[in-house]
Unconditional design. Structure first.
Length: 84
């Protein structure tokens, strides 16, 4: 049974891609010295924001472009029964 979650937005790859660099950046800035809970909350919020932007600005447009290119490059099939 599918739920509505993730049917329109696939943030998984963006979250995978951006989580570690953002966590490291916040450690370098010193957020983890203030509070580990703050570090966790900011990491999650910034990762989800980056993943959302990545999906809408990069990943989905790239997928749509790929689909258009594939359909444009497909060779038309000859009609059935023709011996050409």
């Amino acid at each position: 049974m599918r739920t509505g979650l993730g049917q329109r937005n696939d943030l998984s790859y963006g979250a995978y891609l951006y989580a570690f660099p953002l966590q490291q950046l916040m450690s370098v800035v010193g957020v983890d010295r203030l509070s580990i809970l703050l570090h966790l909350v900011l990491s999650l919020a910034l990762t989800l924001l980056a993943a959302f932007l990545s999906w809408h600005l990069v990943e989905r447009p790239a997928q749509q472009l790929g689909k258009r290119l594939i359909s444009a490059l497909r060779m038309p099939r000859p009609p059935r029964g023709s011996t050409a």
